[in-house]
Design a protein around this ligand. Structure first.
Ligand code: GDP
Length: 305
């Protein structure tokens, strides 16, 4: 869509500016060039060790292939970055896991406050509704003030159904009601918005486990997706959160939000390298269509365009 294009363009204009500058300044594949490449990667929040590693591997590759021209060198860099992303994975792809039998698929969104969980659910609900899926939302973030109202707004906008708690409901009760309605009403997908309170690891783990237990009790299989939402603009902080959540629950994939207008998109590689989790979606703005399935080739290629 056009807004996806604009979002991607915005991403390019900030994140990729440095890559474009690097190539604009290209004279020859010498020490100076690799120094600048390292600086570019570090500035993009790829991480220090990772930047050096990529640079080393590139030097070998350039020597091996005898790449000399700007175009050849640029292509080698693109191939290397995609290769680094692919190698860090476990062979999984970025597709969503749906229920294997005729029952609702449950997608749990987790992450700290403000990263974009509610917004992402609003966007994803629209995405799947347009594919003809019957979508239900569960507002199980009963802690953050206004979180339920915000999701109710999205439900209205998307024209999908929603289950909310009454007053200061227990999130577990909302999850229970959501799963029941999803089963009884033959919904294809139930999105669960969860609270982003982060006091300590144990608390978080307990809350998420409780939700999963409630779902499993009503449905034979566990949630098909636990998507960890991370704010790309927070760079290394996002990596910290990813570590904590990965230790606390079975995260199946990542959503990287706010990639529009950040120079820190390199965090995609840093997180992938350390935690081996697939990035499934990227958020590219605040509008309903500003969400796209992640594609490593497109992402890296886009940096140089
Ligand atoms: P939650 O607390 O995790 O549910 O976060 P929200 O969904 O309330 O989002 C927090 C803020 O981030 C809101 O102002 C959103 O509009 C904004 N936001 C979410 N995703 C994106 C994105 O991809 N790009 C931009 N620019 N803003 C986003």
């Amino acid at each position: 869509s056009t807004s996806y294009e604009t979002g991607l363009t915005k991403t390019r204009s900030s994140f990729s500016e440095k890559f474009q500058l690097l190539m604009a300044n290209f004279r020859a594949v010498d020490e100076n060039f690799f120094d600048e490449l390292e600086e570019t990667l570090i500035a993009a929040d790829v991480g220090f060790d990772m930047a050096l590693k990529i640079s080393d591997e590139l030097q070998d590759e350039v020597r091996l292939t005898n790449a000399k021209s700007k175009k050849e060198v640029q292509n080698t860099i693109i191939e290397k970055l995609v290769d680094v992303y692919d190698r860090a994975g476990n062979g999984e792809d970025n597709t969503m896991h749906f229920a294997q039998t005729v029952q609702p698929s449950i997608f749990l969104l987790v992450g700290v406050n403000g990263v974009g969980k509610t917004t992402t659910i609003g966007k994803m609900a629209d995405f799947y509704k347009k594919q003809g899926k019957k979508v239900l939302l569960a507002a199980a973030d009963t802690f953050r003030a206004g979180a339920t109202e915000q999701l109710v707004e999205w439900a209205k906008r998307d024209q999908v159904d929603i289950v909310t708690g009454k007053g200061s409901s227990d999130p577990a009760a909302v999850v229970f009601d959501g799963v029941k309605k999803a089963i009884d009403g033959d919904y294809d997908i139930l999105f669960v918005d969860t609270a982003g309170r982060l006091q300590n690891n144990e608390n978080l783990m307990r809350e998420l486990e409780k939700m999963k237990k409630i779902i499993t009790r009503q449905l034979p299989t566990a949630p098909q997706e636990v998507l960890l939402v991370l704010d790309a603009t927070t760079g290394q902080n996002a990596l910290q959160q990813a570590r904590l959540f990965k230790d606390s629950t079975d995260v199946t994939g990542l959503v990287l939000t706010k990639l529009d207008g950040t120079a820190k998109g390199g965090i995609v590689l840093a997180i992938r390298q350390e935690l081996h989790l697939p990035v499934k979606w990227v958020g590219l703005g605040e509008k309903v269509t500003d969400l796209a399935p992640f594609n490593a080739d497109q992402f890296v290629y886009g940096l140089f365009k």
